[in-house]
Design a protein around this ligand. Sequence first.
Ligand SMILES: NC(=O)c1ccc[n+]([C@@H]2O[C@H](COP(=O)([O-])OP(=O)(O)OC[C@H]3O[C@@H](n4cnc5c(N)ncnc54)[C@H](OP(=O)(O)O)[C@@H]3O)[C@@H](O)[C@H]2O)c1
Length: 331
Amino acid sequence: MSTIKQVALGTQGLRVSVEGLGCMGMTGMASGAMSVYGTADEAESIATIHRALELGVTMLDTADIYGPLENERLVAKAVAGKRDQYTIATKFGFEVDNAGHMTNALNGRPDYVRKSIERSLQNLGTDYVDLYYLHRLDPAIPIEDTVGAMSRLVEEGKVRYLGLSEVPGDIIRRAHAVYPISALETEYSLFDRRPEEEDILATTRELGIGFVAYSPLGRGFLSGEITSPDDFASDDFRRFFPRYQGENFYKNLALVEKLQALAATKGMTAAQLALAWVLAQGVVAIPGTRRRKNLETNVTAAGIVLSSTELAELDAILPVGSAVGAAYPEG
Ligand SMILES: NC(=O)c1ccc[n+]([C@@H]2O[C@H](COP(=O)([O-])OP(=O)(O)OC[C@H]3O[C@@H](n4cnc5c(N)ncnc54)[C@H](OP(=O)(O)O)[C@@H]3O)[C@@H](O)[C@H]2O)c1
């Protein structure tokens, strides 16, 4: 199997694999009270991170709230001895207290920026993070203050590059004016085209900021392997997302069935076609998986080049705004 290509992310010098590995599903949520996308399996997750390196998928995406904290510790175990061969991206901003519990508050205060990086470095078993993201904007703190504090971490060598996640265009501009932002991580898939609709992609392109598409498989739904709400375990957190509830579930499933049918005519799986579409938008994608088998499938998608006719076919069956239901529960 061939390895994946490396691309520039932003214009500050960061280079990453065009597909990274989303690690969120490798641990549970809310201190183990909930699973992310079904039961976690530490041994297979670590084997997946090792296989990723062999395939050139060198960027790992984690966050302090995954677990909370457990996900970064799992990544540390997996990369031990080979840390410098990976690009580690982590995030802060959903407040995690000293006991490792989420407080349900956002925190972008400069003192919390420092506290968060020290904790992440310790949990990741490293003295630097390659890409440090503000996970969500704290509306109570000017973005200038948060990014100013993040920039001091770059000056101190604790962080190599800065990123933001799920922020609007005006915030991207204000942040970038304080310190160059290398990446914006936002949900983007055939199910979620808000970055196009809200001019987010256009803003990142104008400013030379890299775009990292998270949940490129629509949280697994675009694979076509989820056909009933009962396919979600009772503690699977997708049960709380309007997009995968009640009538929305079946309306969105009908779209996925069309995607599957189109993929079949091309000898691909729906997951491969969905990922190839995201990559065709000129962005980096970070599909999440806990399994080597799915990682390998996803890597093959990076080698698929879709023609303009194929992109038009996809637009016809899954036009902007076709998926129904909000991406996140209210609040
Ligand atoms: N910045 C943010 O706010 C934010 C929010 C959400 C996620 N993220 C990041 O983005 C990463 C990716 O997003 P995501 O995990 O939410 O969603 P995703 O990548 O769209 O989908 C992940 C789901 O798809 C399944 N899957 C993966 N490859 C597959 C394949 N080839 N065939 C069938 N099923 C497949 C996975 O199951 P298996 O594990 O069984 O393969 C998992 O259930 C996360 O891991 C996380 O690092 C960031």
